[in-house]
Ligand binder design. Structure first.
Ligand SMILES: Cc1ncc(C[n+]2csc(CCOP(=O)(O)OP(=O)(O)O)c2C)c(N)n1
Length: 348
């Protein structure tokens, strides 16, 4: 292996060295619970026939997503994918709007017009994904190039799955970013499977992070069940990019604890693997860390945070359900631009 393998974060002192105080540690826990809670409730709404289309979850990937999202700066930009609900939560997305998106309502990010997974709150520096994977990697590189040209101290973060790294556009994105040493961090959520294809049939190199060397920058492998290690490595990579140190490739080794989407029972996953993953649940791991290191957590804080999250999500579902479906008469709104509104020089 050429890539660096990140060490675990085992103590609050190590977390502090990565910039996290005790309140941050508890906030990260809350983000993990909100992330999982939203997807669990979404799954129920789907089974009730209330969510049109399909439904994707990132169960097992919460620490990978929250860890990176929490490390981003306010003005940074990210292009998360279908496993990264935690990025939306860590950046402050309002849960009720996510439920409105799931339910196809006007208060969803796509205003009830697009697949429920194509979502992001643009005001929070997030760009919604399209289904073509990893089409957002070149978009993030474009954002990084713009930051460079404008001399802005901002960083772009591009997510993709392991399967998506076999596509040409992923390699083109890394090559261009490496040539120009752009302020971009590439994150791979390596959950072991591209739909039903296991890693061993996807790529011949030992680790995907090793590929970074070929593009002239560093690759790091991180245990995606360790939210604090993910955060520390993401923060390092992001700040390095901000200071002109160029891109980093973070391979987050994570778990896909459910099928590709809710229609998939994942029959192809080897027997016993789901049970083994359940024992490595990233949220349980973090809960054990907090119980050991944060005074009063196991006795009262844990219950209080869980109750607060439950109430928040109850209220979020209720509020989303009040949001109307889009008026069919407006279906063409936002599809075609009015030429009079165009002010780009090449349109004049
Ligand atoms: C260009 C393209 N080809 C095929 C698909 C269909 N597709 C959707 S998800 C998926 C598997 C992606 O696997 P991976 O990148 O590992 O991400 P994961 O779903 O495991 O998070 C495929 C093949 C697609 N969305 N885009």
């Amino acid at each position: 292996m050429v890539a660096r393998e990140a060490a675990a974060v085992a103590t609050p002192a190590e977390a502090r060295a990565a910039g996290l105080d005790q309140e941050d540690l508890l906030l990260i826990y809350r983000h993990l619970l909100v992330t999982r809670g939203i997807e669990e409730r979404g799954h129920i709404l789907y089974r009730q026939g209330k969510i049109p289309g399909s439904f994707y979850t990132g169960r097992g990937n919460e620490a990978g997503a929250v860890g990176v999202g929490f490390a981003m700066g306010l003005d940074d930009v990210g292009c998360p994918i279908q496993r990264d609900m935690g990025v939306h939560i860590a950046r402050g997305t309002e849960p009720w709007r996510i439920f409105a998106q799931y339910l196809g309502r006007v208060d969803g990010f796509a205003r009830g017009r697009d697949g429920n997974v194509h979502m992001a709150d643009f005001r929070l520096g997030l760009v919604a994904m399209v289904s073509h994977l990893p089409a957002m990697a070149p978009v993030a590189v474009g954002a990084a190039l713009a930051f460079r040209l404008r001399n802005q101290p901002r960083v772009a973060v591009a997510w993709s799955g392991d399967g998506a790294t076999s596509r040409g556009d992923w390699h083109e994105a890394l090559n261009f970013a490496g040539v120009r040493q752009l302020p971009v961090v590439f994150v791979i959520d390596n959950n072991g499977f591209a739909y039903s294809t296991p890693n061993a049939l996807e790529f011949p190199s030992g680790r995907l992070a090793d590929r970074a060397t070929g593009y002239g920058f560093e690759g790091v492998v991180v245990d995606g069940t360790d939210v604090l290690a993910v955060h520390r490595e993401a923060r390092r990579a992001i700040e390095k990019a901000r200071e002109g140190g160029g891109p980093t490739l973070l391979e987050i080794v994570t778990l896909r604890m459910e099928g590709h989407a809710v229609h998939d029972d994942a029959f192809y996953v080897p027997k016993g693997l789901h049970e083994a993953w359940a024992k490595r649940d990233p949220i349980e791991r973090y809960r054990a860390f907090l119980a050991e290191h944060v005074p009063g957590f196991a006795e009262e804080r844990d219950d209080a945070i869980r109750l607060e999250v439950k109430q928040l999500l109850n209220e979020a579902v209720r509020r989303a359900d009040e949001s109307p479906l889009p008026d069919p008469a407006t279906v063409l709104d936002g599809v075609y631009v009015d030429p009079a509104e165009l002010d780009a020089p090449h349109h004049k």
